[in-house]
Design a protein around this ligand. Structure first.
Ligand code: G3P
Ligand code: CA
Length: 226
């Protein structure tokens, strides 16, 4: 079965990367929930996609220049607050797998320590977690801190030296843009022992084509369509 993965929660139905969006994704009974984490100025790991606040909140400016106290005053859509990473995990509570996308340097350390904390607390197993990033340096930093949690390399197309990097990270998956995927590539990645997750696919035709290529998971804003 192809994994049904909600993008930034289920952003086709609720404001992206909010607890409301994660609750909606659980309601849709998805297999996995993708969301983005980044650091703010006061050092907490928050769930937020962009570098800047304008597109998804009523604030303005760089996220990295704002404290958590200020960020919590903003409306992230439908009255939702920007969540902390740990709050996302508390709401999801091991009822779906998570794909935690590291956005930016310095995110690996807290991600590794929070995963460790939730594994110890119960309700979560190692297989619930996938840590992904376009930033292979941050993924390598994560791998040094946590040798066991599955990691996924995000890319638009296959870069030169990709498979060497994937092997050295022991990557679980290649999370590739739908525009860069072909049936031959899916076969090649499978022969390398990795899963193929594609993003972001919303149209019925695109979903059918991705399934026809044999991908292992589809990341969608409307994950119930997968
Ligand atoms: O993880 C897939 C996808 O989320 C990567 O792109 O820009 O939506 O974070 P972006
Ligand atoms: Ca993402």
């Amino acid at each position: 079965m192809v994994l049904r993965i909600g993008h930034r929660g289920a952003m086709g139905y609720a404001p992206e990367n909010t607890l409301l969006s994660f609750r909606k994704t659980l309601e849709l009974r998805c297999d996995m929930i993708e969301f983005d984490v980044r650091l703010c100025r006061s050092g907490e790991l928050i769930v937020f996609h962009d570098d800047t606040l304008e597109r998804t909140t009523n604030g303005a400016g760089q996220v990295s220049e704002q404290t958590l106290e200020f960020l919590r005053t903003l409306d992230a859509g439908c009255g939702e607050k920007i969540p902390l990473f740990q709050e996302a995990l508390e709401v999801i509570a091991g009822k779906a797998r998570v794909d935690v996308e590291l956005k930016g340097p310095g995110t690996a350390l807290q991600t590794a320590s929070l995963i460790d904390r939730f594994l110890t607390q119960g309700g979560w197993s190692r297989g619930h977690f996938l840590v992904s990033s376009f930033d292979c340096q941050e993924l390598s930093a994560f791998r040094r801190l946590d040798p066991y949690t599955p990691v996924g390399i995000l890319c638009e197309n296959i870069p030169v030296g990709f498979f060497g990097m994937a092997r050295s990270l022991g990557a679980y998956s290649l999370n590739i843009s739908y525009n860069g995927v072909t049936p031959e590539l899916v076969d090649h990645i499978h022969r390398e022992g990795m899963k193929v997750l594609v993003w972001t696919v919303d149209s019925p035709d695109g979903i059918a084509r991705a399934k026809g290529m044999g991908v292992d998971g589809i990341i969608s804003n409307f994950p119930d369509r997968v």
